[in-house]
Design a protein around this ligand. Structure first.
Ligand SMILES: Cc1cc2nc3c(=O)[nH]c(=O)nc-3n(C[C@H](O)[C@H](O)[C@H](O)COP(=O)(O)O)c2cc1C
Length: 228
């Protein structure tokens, strides 16, 4: 047991109730807590833009050993609120006379079934850590995160077994002061369900949404094609 270690989870999804990012981050945080870590968390949406809460958060981050950023992929990158937060955090680290004591890890998930879509956003996190002087513990990338629907990983059953195992391996490594191992990265990147099934469910869900919106006949419309 090591009661002195502090981890802080930052959730970069605007979904408060059912966020896959939050569920992934919580699962990792719970595993760290089992190993005696103190864990805290904050949702960046609603916090960034509030000067007092931003100050409190940055003050907290100066004191913690590990920051876990859990976020969805938005337009092949980090959500805007996460980028804004990184700008504020970089400025705070630069203003501080002492070098940062924390390390950073990121857990990113995207809607497309392939985990690789997250790689540019993960590289942004890695670069951020290197340029600010934070430690970088590596990150995890999940594809098809929408399939979890923001449920707690314990409630998703076999579909989340690789993600759970990946986070358990990651927590054990992080608690030992090590980088996230290749095995965890590989497990997290495994497809949640076969790609064809995921696409079939995704297409059906778009059709249901379009029917409700009265735009079913326009799903394959290409309004700009004539001008290109
Ligand atoms: C505005 C917006 C942009 C998105 N852009 C992408 C994208 O570029 N690639 C992708 O695979 N998924 C994209 N997604 C899907 C989310 O990454 C995906 O639904 C994720 O599981 C949401 O996680 P959350 O529940 O933590 O918010 C986008 C979703 C939204 C709302």
């Amino acid at each position: 047991m090591n009661a002195e270690r502090h981890a802080f989870l930052l959730v970069g999804s605007p979904r408060r109730g059912k966020s896959t990012s939050a569920a992934l981050g919580r699962y990792l945080g719970d595993r760290l807590a089992e190993q005696g870590w103190w864990t805290g968390r904050a949702f960046l949406y609603g916090l960034i833009g509030n000067a007092e809460r931003e100050r409190d958060l940055l003050g907290t981050l100066r004191e913690v050993d590990l920051v876990v950023l859990a976020a969805p992929l938005y337009v092949d990158s980090l959500p805007a609120v996460v980028t804004r937060f990184l700008e504020l955090w970089a400025r705070d680290i630069a203003d501080c006379t002492d070098p940062p004591r924390s390390s950073l890890t990121a857990i990113l998930n995207c809607g497309f079934p392939e985990a690789e879509h997250n790689h540019v956003a993960l590289a942004i996190c890695r670069r951020f850590a290197h340029e600010t002087g934070l430690g970088w513990c590596r990150g995890l990338a999940l594809g098809g995160g929408e399939a979890f629907g923001g449920r707690e990983l314990d409630q998703v059953g076999g579909m989340a077994r690789h993600a759970r195992r990946a986070l358990e391996l990651a927590a054990a490594a992080l608690a030992a002061g090590e980088h996230i191992p290749d095995a965890a990265v590989e497990l997290m990147a495994r497809p949640i369900v076969p790609r064809r099934i995921y696409q079939w469910i995704g297409n059906r869900s778009w059709r249901v949404k379009a029917r409700r919106a009265g735009t079913l006949a326009e799903l394959r419309a290409r309004p700009y094609e004539a001008n290109s």
